[in-house]
Structures are given as structure tokens and as C-alpha cells.
Design a protein around this ligand. Structure first.
Ligand SMILES: Nc1ncnc2c1ncn2[C@@H]1O[C@H](COP(=O)(O)OP(=O)(O)OP(=O)(O)O)[C@@H](O)[C@H]1O
Length: 300
């Protein structure tokens, strides 16, 4: 099997109840090494619970987890200790230790520590005690601790929490760079506009089930497209296009045509009717709109 095809994470039939309430109902997914996977879904969908199960931090009622082919449970998690880095909920920070000392808890390699401190731009405060860190500094330290050993799989729960735009950008670059070198990421985030810039696969969780798993390319293909046309004569433009059989509506001074339609014949129809075209734009749903639509469709 090629390395890129190897299933680094494989989750089968996962079920979990908290006080008899089913929180994970039947979770199944798998993804290959080198992917950046987004785990998304509404509050309480089960994302953090899934991440904790992947790390062997929670017992389950049914199902199993394999990481790099090795089974993971609360009793068996050597593969997690050796190959996985994670930041779940809030980073575990000791107030009287410096950031550097936190990194020393994770590795003996000063070279690795220097690399991660530079990569996340933490040089100015890494030797200060963590009790004097801001929320964002603590968050970056948590991410640094997850990455410092250069694990093969990195699990990050809401990593952008508390980060300023510059740090978000830097983290995005770092994730892209590490993924390019073969590191796999599983990242949950509610900031879908940020997430869609880095992930190549999305897993949508709702009410303890996987609603869909798609590559971003597949999702873009299923995204709805609209053609927005502005002309000198809205009302007549609308009439001409409707008569020609186009699915078109008018919104303000825009004519909205839902794709798929070929652009040239549509424009020719307008031009033949002596209607001047001022502007043509193509609008595509973003990740947030697609996912919200899918969730809404599910509730119908
Ligand atoms: N230790 C626990 N005891 C009881 N219920 C729990 C516990 N941990 C989580 N839950 C419940 O399990 C459900 C899923 O929680 P989880 O934290 O996995 O959701 P999430 O998708 O990460 O949500 P969010 O986006 O709000 O972080 C929620 O209804 C939550 O209340």
C-alpha cells in the first residue's frame, strides 16, 4: 500500500452514552495519511467526544478506533503516546512553569523546541512563567506542545480560539507546511471561513452521527452556483431570460441565474434583445453556506 493511501485513522461503529443519553450514535469514518481533515458540526454534536475517544481518553459503549492500524482504547494507547499530538479543549498549563519548561515536558530535543517556538513566533515570552500568559499565548503554547514532537497525526480542537489574525495566518501556514511533509491533521473549528482555507476533507457531525464525509473538491462540486447578471434593463432582462427558459429571479438590480447554464448563449440572448450587460459575476456557496444548507435539509 502506498504511504499516502494508508488509513491513519479508522473509526468503526462508535457509540457512547453519557448517563444513558446517546452522544455518539454510530460514528464511522476513515482518512489517509497526509490529509488535513476538518471535523465540523453544531454545538454538542459530539466532536470533542470523538477526539477524546481517538486519544484513548474516554471509554466507549461500542465500536473501535484504529490509528496507524493499531487499536486505541483507554487501556491500549501506545500508538497515541508515540505518534499523536493533541490539543483538546484548554491546554493543560502549569502556572509556575515557563512555556519552555512546558515544551521540555514533551521532548528532550532543544532543536525541536526552538523550531516550534520560532514557527509560532513565541520567542518574546517563551521563558516567562505561563501564569503571565494571555489566552492567545496559552493557546499557542498548547499548539506548540501538540506539534513539538513532529507527530504523524495532530488532533486540534478549536485551535484558532483566542488567536489574533496574524497568529491564525501563521498557524495556517505551519499546518500547510507540515501537511506537505506528510503530517495528518484532524481539526475541529467553528470558524469555517478559516477552516476551509486549510482542510482538504470535511467530516460533518450532527447528533452523534457522521452526516457526510467529502473532499473539499467534491463539496465544491455540490456547492450551488449562481450567475449574477446586471443589465441596463432589469425588468425586460428578466422577461427575456424567462421566455428563453432560464431559471432566473430578480434581486434588486441583479438577475440571479441558478447554474448550470452556459454563459455565452445566455449573454447572447440578452444582447439579441438589445439589452446592455453591465456586469457578470459567478457566486459560489462557501463551506459555511453548504454545511448549513445540508444541516437544514436534514431537519426537513
Ligand atoms: N463528561 C460528560 N458528561 C456528560 N455529558 C457530556 C460529557 N461530555 C460531553 N457531554 C455531552 O455530549 C454531547 C457532545 O459533546 P461534545 O463536547 O462532544 O460536543 P462538540 O461537538 O464538541 O460541541 P462544541 O461545538 O460545543 O464544542 C453534548 O451534549 C455534551 O453535553
Amino acid at each position: 500500500m502506498q504511504r499516502g493511501q494508508e488509513k491513519i485513522v479508522q473509526v468503526t461503529g462508535l457509540q457512547k452514552k453519557f448517563s444513558r443519553r446517546g452522544v455518539l450514535r454510530d460514528v464511522n469514518f476513515a482518512f489517509s495519511a497526509g490529509k488535513v481533515v476538518g471535523l465540523v458540526g453544531p454545538n454538542g454534536a459530539g466532536k470533542t467526544t470523538i477526539m477524546k475517544v481517538l486519544l484513548g481518553l474516554l471509554t466507549t459503549d461500542a465500536g473501535n478506533v484504529r490509528i496507524l492500524g493499531h487499536p486505541v482504547s483507554v487501556n491500549t494507547h501506545t500508538v497515541v503516546t508515540q505518534q499523536v499530538g493533541a490539543l483538546i479543549e484548554h491546554p493543560a498549563i502549569y502556572p509556575f512553569l515557563s512555556g519552555w519548561q512546558h515544551l521540555q515536558l514533551m521532548t528532550t530535543s532543544a532543536e525541536q523546541m526552538t523550531w516550534v517556538v520560532q514557527a509560532l513566533q513565541m520567542e518574546t515570552y517563551i521563558h516567562r512563567p505561563a501564569k503571565r500568559y494571555s489566552l492567545g499565548m496559552k493557546q499557542k503554547l498548547g499548539i506548540a506542545m501538540a506539534l513539538v514532537n513532529r507527530p504523524r497525526l495532530v488532533i486540534l480542537d478549536e485551535p484558532m480560539n483566542g488567536l489574533d489574525p496574524q497568529s491564525v495566518k501563521r498557524l495556517r501556514h505551519l499546518i500547510g507546511q507540515l501537511a506537505g511533509e506528510g503530517t495528518t491533521f484532524l481539526i475541529s473549528s467553528h470558524i469555517l471561513s478559516e477552516l476551509e482555507k486549510i482542510i482538504d476533507t470535511v467530516i460533518l457531525i450532527d447528533q452523534g452521527e457522521v452526516l457526510l464525509q467529502r473532499t473539499m473538491t467534491q463539496l465544491q462540486e455540490s456547492a450551488r452556483h449562481a450567475l449574477v447578471v446586471r443589465t441596463t434593463e432589469d425588468a425586460r432582462g428578466l422577461q427575456v431570460l424567462l421566455q428563453a427558459g432560464y431559471p432566473v429571479t430578480q434581486r434588486g438590480s441583479n438577475l440571479i441565474v441558478t447554474k448550470p447554464v452556459a454563459l455565452t448563449p445566455l449573454l447572447r440572448t440578452l444582447l439579441d434583445a438589445h439589452i446592455q450587460i453591465l456586469k457578470v459575476n459567478q457566486h459560489e456557496e462557501d463551506l459555511e453556506t453548504v454545511l448549513l444548507r445540508l444541516l437544514a435539509e436534514r431537519k426537513v
